[in-house]
Design a protein around this ligand. Sequence first.
Ligand SMILES: [Zn+2]
Length: 392
Amino acid sequence: MTPALLELIVVILLPVAAFSGWYAGRRGGALQSGRRVSRLSKTYFRGLNYLLNEQPDKAIELFLQLAEADKDTIETQFSLGYLFRRRGEVDRAIRLHQSLISRPGLSEEQKKYAALELGEDYMRAGLLDRAETLFTDLVQMDVSVPQALRHLISIYQAERDWDKAIGHARSFQDATGEPMGALIAQFHCELAEQARLQGEHDTARARIADAYAADPYSTRAGILEGQIELAANNDAAAIRAFERVARQDVDYLPEVIKPLLGAYQRGQDTSRARAFLAEMIEHYPGFAPVQALSRILHDEEGVDVARRFLSRQVRQRPSVRGQAALIELSLDSPDEAIGTLVALKQISEQLLVRSPAYRCGRCGFGARAHHWQCPSCKNWGMIKPQYNLLGE
Ligand SMILES: [Zn+2]
């Protein structure tokens, strides 16, 4: 079942569960309530069945009929409003929820729910101003604060109003205890980026400090700091910032290695470059730091040292890029051609062993041997030979 269908089931059944207590109370006699609930649940289960059979249109049709025929019952009204919104009939959803809010006799819980639903209708209709006013009122009245704040945060993100997004994310954190530091740091980085693009380096530095205060491990703040210091010709500070990014999250090494190498080169600090690249080779499985270090070795110690280093490294982490770099270096020292060919053959064999020769066209499962039935998604006849650079 798709997540969207599951969500539909949960939302359609939720009001029934939430308000069944209130419903039984309002209807009085247990007998009458029981009879109505059983008729309701019969239809609900028929709808549910459509949903389980992945026929959401039929299910929605059924729930709509049910809710239209049962206008007095609040929980079916909530289902109806949800269904209108889901089908894109946002105006009908808005009218329905507006009339629910002004209907006398609703419990606080129901009013809250109706207001939140109306806010979502406004957002869906693109009426962000109205949604903002409504959710802000809810927060000020101390009603449904976390949900309202969550919606407000996404409204301010859509409007790129980062100061308000930051303020509301802080309030959400205070109200729920859920840590929001990483998100708040992203918002500060948006402000830093704006300042950087306008050449206001000091403002950008202040925003970056705010981002670090919200999230001391912010990778984005580190990258921005490096870019700003580079633009201000502070290579030493840029190097510190970029090195810190790669040490905090080595996956971002490819994002910072190019400016970093440029800064090392301008400062002619190859010993620092060599130490840092050697450290990265320990932690990063890709080719970028190996390539950078082999270039420095080439310049400083000659082609043979560089070629031996590269040959050893690429055998440990075989890649097509590595092969290309090794071939390129070997063209400079043709005397070693046989040794290089042996190394290249070993690297090619490892690449072929590691790469699946067959792949499932349905789920993407990779296999070394052919299977008529996919071991992963169990579909038949979907696994075929691959036609890429490592396959057939
Ligand atoms: Zn499959």
